[in-house]
Design a protein around this ligand. Structure first.
Ligand code: NAP
Length: 465
């Protein structure tokens, strides 16, 4: 894929970039390794000062970087601003919490004396340079939620960002440099996906984190496995959104719209499969469809736009194929199901609600990465759980019920990295984020995320120490 900024609202190529050559990649690796040897010895206070400076700089740049994101991948401008604000908050969160999260642990001496130790300490040390392969859909957030904890832990980072967000990728490198992190602590590599393998195999790379599609995750994980390097994978999702009779139906329908179409429907944790109890199905379907039909599709720079274009022409074709396959096999489009005729340029697609989904349809098992919702009618809680779990993915899940017994059952049985009750899935710096099944493994954010790229070291002190 060419490394270029192509405006998805118009299809116009605005800027192209040459990928780095082998010599330039080598220079980046040398700088990353040198920077790690220095950075790993710095104090939490030193790192925190710089991360807080990065947060302040990003806050000052909020408007311009939001416009860059919207130009490169088409999310509505207000959502780009919200994304940048969340990055500021997360940088500050890790700047304030990392030292405490990675503090030495002191096992009770009574528990370890039979190992011969007078005492023992568990210390979290950095691993080295981490290669981050990132997607375009939250072009700032995906990187910051890796970079903030990685830098605070004393690691250095190399970013291979998606080829369609090069200006955002370069901005992030510059941001950390301006904030005072030493040369080489965080670098952007403008490279295509094919260049990843050699870099990942390089001994100067300690570990990798990938957020993206399942094929990309499988490829990076198998190379890293071959090299015995740690990976974290955040892959696709097709999150269930279960609605049961005790729910506040109007609220459930209203939140369902946001949960499905935020980021133009291109969010891994978007609710994609709406599984509704038969007693409230017709009511929910009517309210949800009415709201989906009323959304304003258009220029993402316009403050009144709810849904902008898909990020790429290929992404729209993939989505169209899923919808066409479902309709061909008997699903009904309650709204949408086509390109909006009033937006012939750019890669727009109408918010769409499909009913009558069955397991023979591709959309039942595949991720719909765009503003397309699948509706399921279920007879009871058992069937809701069965349908919710009938997916290769297990990223997050949503459940609307005010019944504590139903909540307990869903908390126990939904196969996902999160269960959000009476609300929609959202990431937060203080809560672990990640998936089960083919949605990946490992966790980002919170104390769990920062420890993923640490060498948990046992320090054992004999009686003479
Ligand atoms: P993608 O094609 O997998 O791209 C993601 C990144 O991986 C890009 O930097 C891409 O580079 C690179 N890449 C692609 N194939 C690769 C390979 N074989 N080896 C190494 N790198 C490779 O994914 P996408 O379509 O851009 O993003 C959408 C997907 O990401 C969806 O499935 C979505 O659910 C998932 N996602 C998951 C999360 C989460 O937290 N779980 C968050 C956001 C998105 P190029 O751009 O150069 O191809």
């Amino acid at each position: 894929m060419a490394i270029a900024t192509v405006n998805p609202a118009t299809g116009e190529t605005l800027k192209t970039f040459d990928p780095l050559n082998a010599g330039e990649i080598e220079d980046h690796l040398v700088r990353a390794e040198q920077a790690f040897q220095e950075h790993r010895t710095t104090t939490f206070g030193y790192r925190s000062e710089r991360l807080l400076a990065a947060a302040d700089l990003l806050e000052a740049d909020l408007d311009s970087i939001s416009r860059t994101m919207t130009t490169e991948m088409g999310k509505p401008l207000a959502q780009a601003r919200a994304e940048a604000k969340k990055c500021v908050k997360t940088m500050r969160w890790y700047a304030h919490h990392a030292e405490e999260l990675l503090a030495d642990e002191h096992p009770d001496p009574a528990d370890v004396t039979d190992s011969g130790a007078a005492r023992a300490v568990v210390r979290y040390r950095p691993l080295g340079t981490v290669l981050a392969v990132m997607p375009w859909n939250f072009p700032l957030w995906q990187v910051v939620r890796f970079a903030a904890p990685a830098l605070m832990a004393g690691n250095t980072g190399l970013l291979k960002h998606a080829s369609n967000v090069p200006q955002t990728a370069l901005y992030i490198e510059e941001l950390f440099r301006r904030a005072g992190f030493a040369e080489g602590c965080f670098q952007t590599l403008l490279i295509g996906a094919r260049a990843v393998e050699d870099i990942l195999r390089d001994p100067r790379i300690a570990a990798a984190t990938l957020t993206g599609s399942e094929p990309a995750g499988r490829s990076v994980a198998s190379i890293a496995g071959d090299e015995v390097k740690k990976t974290v994978l955040e892959l696709g999702g097709s999150d269930p959104y279960v609605v049961l009779p005790s729910a506040d139906l109007d609220k459930a329908a209203s939140v369902a719209v946001t949960a499905r179409v935020q980021n133009n429907g291109q969010s891994c944790i978007a609710a994609k499969r709406f599984i509704v109890h038969t007693d409230v199905y017709d009511d929910f379907a009517a309210r949800f469809t009415e709201r989906m039909s009323a959304l304003t599709v258009g220029d993402p720079m316009d403050e009144h736009t709810d849904v902008g274009p898909l990020a790429s022409e290929q992404g729209r074709s993939d989505l169209e194929e899923l919808v066409d396959d479902a309709v061909h096999r008997g699903a009904t489009a309650l709204c949408g199901g086509r390109r909006p005729p009033e937006h012939p340029a750019g890669w727009f697609y109408e918010p769409t609600v499909l009913s009558g989904i069955d397991p023979a349809m591709r959309i039942h098992h595949e991720e719909a990465f765009g503003p397309v919702a699948s509706l399921y009618r279920v007879a009871d809680l058992d069937e809701a759980v069965t349908v919710a779990n009938d997916s290769p993915f297990g990223l997050s899940s949503n459940a609307w019920t005010r019944d504590p017994d139903e909540q307990a059952r869903l908390a126990r049985d939904l196969q996902a990295g999160g269960v959000f009750f009476n609300g929609m899935t959202a990431s937060h710096p203080g809560l672990p984020f990640g998936g089960a099944k083919r949605s990946g493994y490992g966790r980002e954010l919170s104390g769990h995320g920062i420890k993923e790229f640490c060498n948990m070291t046992t320090l054992w002190y004999g009686p003479e120490s």
